[in-house]
Design a protein. Structure first.
Length: 137
């Protein structure tokens, strides 16, 4: 009788443990947990539009004024894709020019196109997460 009880108890424990393993995979702690996340980036058409806009935007400025949009080298290294915009760069954020914003598709929810030091950046407004970067100048 004791043997039957032990065998049943072990079987119940093994079944319970195997079900926990299958449930753990569904909670996003394993590989592929970000399958439902969307990756927002500029398409090739968007990049072509920005290149065309760039050609007509700054061609006639003298070199001293053209350099004004550059970031200091230390801050420029901190601007990374899929990274958070550092507090030191948040003061350099300017809205995207209207003529360019009209040519681009609308940004995803809670995101906007901004200009930071000669780059067009697709950024989340709430989390300051950088989704994509296009170097304009």
């Amino acid at each position: 009788m004791k043997l039957k009880t032990w065998v049943c108890a072990i079987a119940i424990v093994l079944i319970a443990l195997s079900s926990f393993v299958t449930f753990a995979d569904e909670h996003g702690r394993g590989r592929g947990h970000d399958k439902d996340r969307h990756e927002y980036r500029y398409s090739q058409r968007d990049r072509d539009e920005m290149k065309r806009w760039r050609q007509g935007y700054r061609g006639d400025l003298p070199p001293g004024l053209a350099k004004r949009d550059r970031l200091p080298p230390g801050l420029e290294r901190q601007l990374r894709m899929r990274g958070t915009l550092p507090p030191g760069l948040r003061g350099y954020v300017r809205p995207c020019p209207l003529d360019l914003a009209r040519q681009l598709p609308p940004p995803p929810p809670d995101c906007e196109n901004v200009v930071i030091g000669g780059r067009i950046v697709l950024m989340n407004r709430r989390t300051f997460m950088v989704l994509d970067i296009f170097k304009v100048f």
